[in-house]
Design a binder for this molecule. Structure first.
Ligand code: HEC
Length: 127
């Protein structure tokens, strides 16, 4: 019985460690570059502005709280712009996400946002 308990503790600790690691990186940590923001703005203005204002993204980010940023990127890529889903290039979707995050007050940093590299480990937090 004692042995079982010990094993249980180890498993719990491992789970705990994994959980806290997964929680570590968020959109507050400078996960996109200013260059991406600058590239995202004109795309956003021509493709997204007609249907959404920044208030909409504030609410969206709230409802996505704690979810991986990659999931939002995938959702946007699969469904937006609503009148022509998937019509942008991967790069443009990524830049638009960077622009939206910047508009919500999250800081730019050194590392570029990249859907193929670590975006599943960046968690959304409320603006
Ligand atoms: C023709 C109108 C239209 C355009 C253009 C458009 N959207 Fe949307 N968008 C919608 C509608 C409708 C919804 C779903 C209903 C809602 O939540 O208001 C939506 C939902 C979303 C969501 C929430 C998705 C979710 O799963 O929570 C995001 C984020 C979003 N749009 C981003 C964008 C971005 C970025 C662009 C530009 C690339 C864009 N939209 C262009 C109409 C549009």
């Amino acid at each position: 019985m004692k042995k079982m308990l010990g094993l249980g503790m180890v498993v719990l600790c491992l789970l705990g460690a994994q959980w806290s690691l997964a929680q570590q990186k968020t959109v507050k940590d400078g996960v996109f570059t200013q260059a991406q923001v600058d590239a995202g703005k004109p795309v956003y203005d021509s493709v997204c502005r007609t249907c959404h204002d920044q208030r909409f993204y504030r609410d969206t980010l709230r409802s996505w709280n704690n979810q991986p940023l990659l999931w939002l990127w995938e959702s946007v890529m699969g469904t937006m712009p609503a009148d022509n889903p998937g019509s942008l290039m991967f790069q443009e979707y990524t830049d638009v996400i960077a622009y939206i995050l910047a508009e919500q007050g999250f800081p730019a940093g050194e590392e570029a946002l990249d859907p193929d590299n670590g975006m599943d480990e960046i968690h959304i937090v409320q603006p």
